[in-house]
Design a protein around this ligand. Structure first.
Ligand code: UGA
Length: 438
C-alpha cells in the first residue's frame, strides 16, 4: 500500500482520494481552496455524491485519509501524486489546462524523491507529454519520476460505486517500475480480477475520450430515433429495448431525453472534435452528435411552446428537476438552463424545484422562485416541465398534480410519466418519442 497525494477535491479528486484510501492506501487530499478543506476537515462534503460521506468518514476515522491546503508538503511526502483538478472548457472548445500545468510546475518544484505522477483528470491526448516536460523544466535536480495516465470513468451520482467496482482500470505507463507500483495502489482490484488495461500514455488518454464520445453518440442517436418515432407513430422505448436485446448494441445509454449535459460529455466531445480538426483527421460522427444535442435541447423548448400554443407571456411554468441528471446536484450544461432561459425570454414566469440542485441553479437564475417541494412548485401553474428523472417525479400522484395545477399541461422530457395515466386523466402532454401512445 502506498503514500498518495490527490491534488484537487472536486468530484474526481475527492472520490478518487476516498476510494484509494478505502483500498488501504495512506491518502492526503490537497487543495488550495481553504474553504473546501475546512469543510472536509469538519466531516462535511462540499458536493452531493451518494455514499461519499460514509467512505470519507470511515477512512478519516481509520487514519488513512486526511486533508490539507499545503499542496507542496503533500507532494514532498508522497510517492504517488494523483492529479484530479478541473479541466473546464476553454476557448474554441479546447480544454483549459492552466490548472493542470500549474500543478505540474508545483510538482516539479517539490520533487524531492522518486515519484509517480498520475493524471486522473480528463486531458486532451498529448497532455501527458506536456506535463512531463513541465516537471522536468521545474525540478532542479536529477531525481527520477514516472508519468501515468489513469483516466477516470466515474458517473456523477454513482461515482463511489464506479471507483470501487470499475469495469476496467486503464494505466498508460511505459516504466515497469511505475506499473508495479500502480498495481500495488489498485491491489484490491487487481486481486479481484478487474480488467487492467496496460498501454502507452496517448492510448490511455484516447480511451477516455473515445469512451465518452461514444456514449454521447449513443444518446444523440437514440434522441434522433425518438424524434423520428414521433413522426411515424412508433414508441421509442420499445424500439430502444429491442435494440438493446442485441448484445452488440447493449441497452445502456439508449434513453431518449432533453439532450446530454454535465461537466463531461459536452466538454469532452468538443475537445475531441477540436483536436481532430487541429490534426486534420475529422471526426464527423462526434461533431454531428454535438449538433444533434444542441438541437435536442432547443426541441424541448419548442415542444413546450407548441403545447402552450405559443402563449407563454405572463404564464407560469413549473420546471421540475434542475440537475443534468438524477442523483446529482450538478447543473452544468443541464438542459434545464436552456428551458428556464427560453421561458423567461418569452415573458413567462418560471418556478423551479429540485430535491438537491436548487442552490447551484441560483447562480444562473438568482431571481426566479424556487419551491421546496414539487407540490408547492406546481400550485396554480399553467404548465409543468419535467427536466430531470428524479424518482420522486416518477412516483408523482398524477391526480394530485392535476388538482394542483391551473391547467393540466405537462411536458415530460425524460419519459417518466405513464402515458396511459396522463391520457386517462385528461392531461394535454408531450414527451420524447412516444407519440403513438397519446
Ligand atoms: C460521464 C460518463 O458516463 C463517465 O463514465 C465519465 O467518467 C464521466 O462522464 C466523466 O468524464 O467524468 P456523467 O457526466 O456523470 O458521466 O453522467 P452520465 O450518466 O454519463 O450522463 C451524461 C448525460 O447523458 C446526462 O445528461 C444524462 O441525462 C444523459 N443521458 C445518459 C441520456 O440522455 N440518456 C442516456 O441513456 C444516458
Amino acid at each position: 500500500m502506498k503514500n498518495i497525494t490527490v491534488i484537487g477535491t472536486g468530484y474526481v479528486g475527492l472520490v478518487s482520494g476516498a476510494g484509494l484510501s478505502d483500498f488501504g492506501n495512506q491518502v492526503v487530499c490537497a487543495d488550495i481552496d481553504e474553504s473546501k478543506i475546512r469543510l472536509l476537515k469538519t466531516g462535511k462534503i462540499p458536493i452531493f455524491e451518494p455514499g461519499l460521506k460514509e467512505v470519507v468518514k470511515r477512512n478519516v476515522k481509520s487514519g488513512r485519509l486526511s486533508f490539507t491546503t499545503d499542496v507542496s508538503k503533500a507532494i514532498r511526502d508522497s510517492e504517488v501524486i494523483f492529479i484530479g483538478v478541473g479541466t473546464p472548457e476553454g476557448k474554441n472548445g479546447e480544454a483549459d489546462l492552466s490548472t493542470i500545468f500549474s500543478v505540474a510546475e508545483m510538482i516539479g518544484n517539490n520533487l524531492n524523491d522518486y515519484k509517480i505522477i498520475c493524471t486522473k483528470s480528463t486531458v486532451p491526448i498529448g497532455t501527458g507529454q506536456k506535463i512531463i516536460s513541465i516537471i522536468k523544466k521545474y525540478k532542479n535536480n536529477d531525481i527520477d519520476f514516472d508519468y501515468v495516465s489513469n483516466p477516470e470513468f466515474l458517473r456523477e451520482g454513482a461515482a463511489v460505486q464506479d471507483f470501487i467496482r470499475p469495469n476496467r482500470v486503464v494505466l498508460g505507463v511505459t516504466s515497469d517500475k511505475a506499473l508495479k507500483i500502480m498495481y500495488d495502489v489498485y491491489r484490491p482490484l487487481y486481486i479481484n480480477e478487474t480488467p487492467i488495461v496496460h498501454t502507452n500514455i496517448p492510448t490511455a488518454e484516447m480511451i477516455k475520450y473515445a469512451s465518452n464520445a461514444f456514449l454521447a453518440l449513443k444518446i444523440s442517436y437514440i434522441n434522433e430515433i425518438a424524434n423520428l418515432c414521433e413522426a411515424v407513430d412508433a414508441d421509442v422505448h420499445i424500439v430502444a429495448k429491442a435494440m438493446g436485446n442485441d448484445g452488440r448494441i447493449s441497452p445502456k445509454f439508449l434513453h431518449p431525453g432533453p439532450g446530454f449535459g454535465g461537466s463531461c460529455f459536452p466538454k469532452d466531445t468538443k475537445a475531441l472534435v477540436s483536436l481532430s480538426e487541429k490534426l486534420n483527421e475529422p471526426i464527423n460522427t462526434v461533431a454531428a452528435a454535438i449538433v444533434t444535442n444542441d438541437k435536442q435541447k432547443k426541441r424541448m423548448t419548442d415542444k413546450l411552446f407548441s403545447l402552450m400554443e405559443n402563449e407563454i407571456k405572463g404564464k407560469t411554468i413549473a420546471v421540475l428537476g434542475l440537475s443534468f441528471k438524477q442523483m446529482t446536484d450538478d447543473v452544468r450544461e443541464s438542459a434545464a438552463i436552456e428551458m428556464i432561459q427560453s421561458i423567461l425570454d418569452s415573458g413567462g414566469i418560471a418556478k423551479a424545484y429540485d430535491p438537491v440542485a436548487a442552490d447551484n441553479m441560483k447562480k444562473y437564475f438568482p431571481n426566479i422562485e424556487y419551491s421546496t417541494s414539487w407540490q408547492a412548485a406546481v400550485k396554480n401553474v399553467d404548465a409543468v416541465v419535467i427536466m430531470t428523472e428524479w424518482h420522486e417525479f416518477r412516483g408523482m400522484d398524477l391526480s394530485e398534480l392535476k388538482s394542483l395545477m391551473k391547467s393540466p399541461l405537462v411536458l415530460d422530457t425524460r419519459n417518466i410519466l405513464s402515458v396511459k395515466d396522463l391520457t386517462e386523466l385528461g392531461f394535454k402532454f408531450d414527451n420524447v418519442g412516444r407519440k403513438a401512445l397519446k
